[in-house]
Design a binder for this molecule. Structure first.
Ligand code: RB5
Length: 152
């Protein structure tokens, strides 16, 4: 799977750990993040990953910041993105099964690097359930429609 990954300064070590683990598992990883010790405003990495997914350059996105909240709010501003902040394997699985999330967001100040890797693996390994959940996700995406019309 092609995976775009990034983080702000609060999660560089955890991001590098995750990138190595995903590469070892055979994924094609595009690490869009910066180096340790350089402050980055979280909307910037969020936008880079969100656009990579929305434009089809990545199948899924992973975003890390201190809490997983700021990057999630920012990523969800990009049309086509369904980003979810998750805290464990259960919320990662449900974000895929019920919400068809295409970007997962995690907090490096809440979770250890090994836990982040396990949670992201669950996210990547889980399919969307479809059915009644597809109707609901379609209603989410329809909320973008007036803005799409205005953009045209
Ligand atoms: C950076 O200090 C912190 O605000 C950021 O990583 C994130 O937690 C924001 O939601």
């Amino acid at each position: 799977m092609r995976i775009a990954v990034s983080s702000d300064h609060a999660a560089v070590a955890e991001r590098l750990h995750l990138v190595a683990a995903l590469q070892a598992a055979g994924h094609e990883v595009d690490d869009l993040g910066g180096p340790e010790g350089v402050a980055v405003d979280y909307p910037e990495p969020a936008a880079a990953v969100a656009h990579a997914v929305a434009e089809g350059r990545a199948d899924r996105g992973v975003l890390l910041c201190g809490t997983g909240i700021g990057v999630c709010i920012a990523a969800n501003k990009v049309h086509g993105i369904r980003a979810a902040t998750v805290h464990d394997e259960f919320t990662a699985e449900m974000a895929r099964r019920h919400n068809n999330a295409n970007v997962v967001c995690l907090g490096a100040r809440l979770l250890a690097a090994a836990a982040i890797t396990r949670i992201v693996e669950r996210f990547l390994d889980t399919d969307f359930d479809g059915g009644r959940h597809a109707t609901r996700v379609d209603k989410i995406m329809a909320l973008e429609a007036p803005e799409r019309a205005a953009d045209a």
